[in-house]
Design a protein around this ligand. Sequence first.
Ligand SMILES: *Cc1c(COP(=O)(O)O)cnc(C)c1O
Length: 364
Amino acid sequence: MARATTATIHLDALRHNLGVIRRLAPHSRVMAVVKADGYGHGLERAARALRDADAFGVAALSDVERIRALGLSQPVLLLSGFDAPEDLAQLRRLPAEAVIHHFDQIEMLAQAEPGPPIRCWLKVDTGMHRLGFAPSSVRAVHARLCELPNVADGIALMSHFASSDEFADGGAVDGAQTRTQLRVFAEATAGLPGPRSLANSAGVLGWPDAHADWVRPGGALYGISVVAGRPGRDFGLRPAMTLSTRLIAVNRIARGERIGYSGTWECPEDMPVGVAAIGYGDGYPRHAPSGTPVLVNGRPAQTVGRVSMDLTAIDLRGQPDARPGDPVLLWGDGLPVETVAEAAGTIGYQPVCSITGRVRFVED
Ligand SMILES: *Cc1c(COP(=O)(O)O)cnc(C)c1O
């Protein structure tokens, strides 16, 4: 029998989520972020399902190549920009647009052979301190880019939020960093022409003032929220991936016996323990602790013991009739990946990006 471990990608959910984002940000164009192989869902699959997006955002030139091979002709933005002079010929050929965040890139544009001008997105570091020009240098950088014949007219202005998952909701979190970033961006770019873009998914969901001309959702398209305690479904999003497998064994284990590597979990009573064909070799997080939720036959259950490479044990006291062959859902409809990720001390993006090559992908 083939290994049952399957990632089912729900193309309807991707389309539905794009619709939700359009309704939330009705005055903005949508750049669908499909980096990291479409957040692990498959770049081609995601880009085809999201073909109505106004643009795509990626992290690598090879991703642009793959999008163009599908025959999609929207703008594609290289979110980390280019970092070598050879990249410029490729940007022109594909074509792709580039984030400009560093003086070295301006030098490369100035030195490059004359040719078709490249569309540029000037990135302002408004406080995340990852990529971007200091607010005080934005005007000079913009003026310099405008002088370069290799830079297309209509330079866009962008920034990226560090904490947009904290909403200004008057609760325990107050969104102060995002408010500061919005103000710094407005001041640094005041009076400059060109479209503006700030909002990632959490910016779309929680910060209408940040929607501007372009929103850049990634996670929300796949149905995943990074807002603490509020999975995507709380915002009307649907999960685009279901990870499922089957039980391959159900054993009765005696009270006091310990389960799995290093014996980290001890049976409190005589009990049925299921073994599911899923492990970190499939991309299921090894650091998911005992008690991480799963669904067996659609009903809640929990992992016990260490996740191993191929297998994970499940406490079946809640369903003593479970049998080998019964379906196990690791995340998807009915069990948000955000909930699993929280148990494992990470965010929902990471597990979906981690599915390995041996997992069978199917579309529905
Ligand atoms: C990844 C990324 C996004 C999308 O972020 P999500 O939280 O997945 O919506 C947007 N903008 C930039 C620059 C990114 O790198």
